[in-house]
Write a protein that binds this ligand. Structure first.
Ligand SMILES: Cc1ncc(COP(=O)(O)O)c(C=O)c1O
Length: 381
């Protein structure tokens, strides 16, 4: 038997990869499972995106290798998008690198900046990939705790009291997944100041800013942020294009060049038609966001009813593609979701997959139609 690399012994198979096998077995055995677990948008991308990819097939260059840095036209579209929606100026030539999803960027940034033994600040609760990628590159994750009492924002006083000498990078993700907490300008300013004071690269992972959020913001809008910050963004949720795999990293040209050194050794450019589609998506008017959010708003009202029926509490001010709900005090997340899966055939994500601070919480996805959500409510009632 060929032994796997040591790095693989540090990580587990992704929770959803394992749990969905179990859920699929239940479906195969005839159980009518409602899946409110994963955040994979079920709505369609803008029509002009689909026309753009179809039209691209006629172009003879479509099937060739593409530039490692993406089409200049795509970087221009990202630059205009950031200017229009976040009031951030980015040079399309040097400060933007298109990616195949922001998840890919988490690996590239980690490979670019982390040596074995370097420490990385990771939110608890938070997106599990920050932790697993940190382990894969041999660095050490140091969890920083987020609490509802502090609106799930970092506690800078507590952080400054810890030994930060080995910390090289900090993952932040605002608007926050799974809690939906929205950042204030002050929090972004504090993050930039914290990064500068402690010589830490702050990376804001920002894929949810357009979902049920009236005020999309970018950490790069803070004065001087480019000195110590990068931002990841993605078309997955904003334009219902999760399967297309389009994301981007933005920041100072020096950082972008460093990341390009890793990325250009890993892939050979993004498919031309996908880039053409992405350009069209980024040109969407505000009507797109209004229409998208009216669907999510309706669904969220139903998910709130479902959460009520399950005796959970939640924050009506939260944003994003999920409802983060607190269980009654005596209940454990995983036991609870297993029970609901068994009794009601509804799959909900346990908060614990996002870290120990997710204990006592569950996360509902809004990626299900109103009919499905009404059926879920009926089953629980
Ligand atoms: C916080 C966070 N970051 C990144 C991603 C990955 O997004 P993408 O599809 O752009 O790779 C997700 C997806 O669920 C996420 O929740």
């Amino acid at each position: 038997m060929i032994e796997v690399a040591k790095r693989l012994q540090t990580v587990e198979e992704y929770y959803f990869s394992k749990k969905l096998r179990e859920v699929n077995l239940l479906i195969a055995s005839g159980k009518p499972i409602i899946n409110l677990g994963i955040g994979s948008p079920d709505l369609q991308p803008p029509k002009k995106v689909l026309s753009a990819i179809s039209a691209s097939f006629e172009n003879p260059i479509a099937h060739k290798y593409q530039s490692y840095q993406g089409l200049p036209e795509l970087r221009d579209a990202i630059s205009r998008f950031y200017k229009e929606h976040f009031s951030v100026n980015l040079s399309s030539g040097t400060e933007i690198l298109p990616l195949m999803g922001s998840k890919e960027g988490i690996m590239h940034i980690s490979m670019t900046y982390l040596n074995e033994g370097d420490e990385v600040l990771i939110p608890n609760p938070g997106y599990p990939t920050y932790q697993s990628v940190t382990k894969l590159v041999g660095a050490k994750g140091v969890l920083y705790e987020l609490d509802a009492a502090n609106n799930w924002m970092p506690n800078f006083d507590a952080l400054e009291k810890t030994d930060l000498s080995k910390v090289k990078l900090m993952w932040v993700n605002y608007p926050h997944m799974p809690t939906g907490a929205k950042p204030s300008k002050t929090v972004f300013e504090e993050l930039v100041a914290f990064g500068k004071r402690n010589n830490i690269l702050i990376v804001n992972d920002n894929p949810y800013s357009f979902i049920l959020n009236d005020n999309p913001t970018s950490i790069l809008s803070v004065e001087g942020a480019k000195d110590v910050c990068l931002e990841l963004n993605s078309l997955s949720k904003t334009f219902n294009m999760a399967g297309w795999r389009v994301g981007m990293v933005m920041g100072a040209s020096e950082h972008i060049n460093n990341i390009l050194k890793v990325k250009s050794n890993m892939d050979s450019g993004m498919f031309y038609g996908i880039q053409k589609g992405a350009i069209e998506a980024l040109k969407c008017s505000n009507m797109w966001f209004a229409t998208l959010n009216s669907v999510y708003e309706e669904r969220r009202n139903l998910v709130w009813q479902l959460a009520d029926a399950l005796n959970c509490t939640y924050d009506k001010e939260a944003s994003g593609l999920f409802v983060w709900a607190k269980l009654p005090a005596y209940l454990k997340s995983e036991e609870f979701i297993d029970l609901v899966l068994k009794e009601n055939h509804i799959f909900i994500t346990p908060g614990t997959i996002f870290g120990t601070k997710g204990e006592g919480y569950i996360r509902f996805s809004l990626c299900a139609s109103t009919e499905v959500l009404e059926e879920a409510i009926a089953r629980v009632k």
